[in-house]
Design a protein around this ligand. Structure first.
Ligand SMILES: O=C(O)[C@H](O)COP(=O)(O)O
Length: 345
């Protein structure tokens, strides 16, 4: 099963033309794919233990592996885990996107962009509510922006997850940070979810609008001008990023770092921002630069995608933890939920 999922994933990379990208050399083996360019070497492969990813870029060597985890990830407690639980495998995984809950500057109607502002009490409640909606959906890895409002949202949402794994922020910023944050128990590691914070998922940089009141700015420069700065695709606000510029870094990060994890069978949650998520959704849903203009994301509402056979299938937002329909989206999700019910009740 793992081998067929792996070869399917390689086929998808080939058919999407990723391997003919002229900036990258590649070597395609029977059970591995190596990609090289200057200062860049990534290998995705299949070993006896499952799928692995070796990434030798900015942070030295980062390695990840998965014994083809899936929405069927075993949900038994460590003492109850047994070999048979790993037999139920599926080649589909969940991708959850959440825009952070309301921040103190959302509340004041100020342009925020890359200013690092925390959540309001309402934002905290939204994050907890978002967590309830996704409490029955498997999460193996969490990506957040470098900004506290996205990180608070991810952590607060995970307090509601029924699987009760512990989200742990990975510190790769220096050799010392890596060494000082090591975990020395394999069991404890298994009960943890790595959280990777990256500036590439930050809100778009709003330039000289940061800190200005949105209504006052519209009164001063005109509603149309401010709408163009906020919602056009390729017109940046003064000295800031357009959505197109934001998409260049956010989508590149998604395809370079997050998609390989999905291909390896990891269920992923991303907590980020209105515009970094709009650009990722533009990529996932293949929206045109015209269509993305009318895409609006509310704070604290999780969106669910299923990644299957190299395709992203949008499932909308889980409505409530008790909403049976959400878990009937796929048999795998329904079974994952049933397992949680059996194990945790
Ligand atoms: O940065 C901000 O001000 C908001 O988070 C997003 O603002 P927008 O809806 O004006 O893009």
């Amino acid at each position: 099963m793992a081998a067929s999922a792996f070869h399917q994933a390689l086929g998808t990379l080939q058919s999407h033309g990723y391997l003919s990208n002229s900036g990258l050399r590649h070597e395609l083996g029977d059970n591995s794919l190596k990609l090289f360019s200057k200062g860049f070497k990534v290998e995705i492969g299949l070993s006896r233990k499952g799928c692995y990813l070796s990434d030798q870029r900015k942070f030295g060597v980062v390695q990840a592996s998965a014994s083809q985890t899936s929405v069927f990830e075993p949900v038994s407690s460590p003492s109850k885990s047994n070999a048979s639980s790993s037999q139920k495998k599926s080649n589909e995984v969940a991708l959850i996107l959440i825009r952070h809950g309301e921040s103190l500057w959302n509340e004041k109607n100020l342009f925020t962009g890359c200013v690092d502002v925390p959540l309001t009490k309402k934002g905290v409640e939204e994050a907890v509510e978002a967590g309830k909606r996704i409490s029955n959906i498997p999460v193996d890895m969490i990506y957040t922006s470098a900004l506290i409002r996205a990180q608070m949202t991810a952590m607060l949402a995970m307090t509601q997850h029924r699987r009760k794994k512990v989200p742990i922020i990975i510190h790769n910023e220096s050799e010392q940070a890596r060494a000082w944050s090591q975990i020395f128990s394999e069991d404890t590691k298994k009960q943890s979810i790595p959280v990777i914070a990256s500036w590439q998922l930050n809100e778009r940089m709003y330039g000289e609008l940061q800190g200005l009141n949105k209504q006052e700015t519209a009164d001063r420069y005109g509603k149309e001008q401010v709408h163009e700065w906020r919602r056009s695709y390729d017109i940046p606000p003064p000295n800031g990023e357009s959505l197109e510029m934001c998409a260049q870094r956010a989508v590149a990060y998604f395809t370079d770092q997050i998609e390989p994890q999905l291909l390896c069978g990891k269920n992923v949650m991303i907590a980020a921002h209105g515009n970094s998520l709009r650009s990722i959704i533009m990529y996932l849903d293949k929206l045109t630069s015209q269509e993305v203009i009318s895409l609006e994301l509310s704070t604290g509402i999780p969106m669910l995608y299923i990644f299957k056979e190299g395709k992203f299938i949008r499932r909308g937002s889980p409505v409530a933890p008790t909403e049976a329909g959400v878990y009937a989206y796929t048999r795998s999700l329904a079974q994952y939920r049933q397992k949680l019910d059996e194990t945790l009740h």
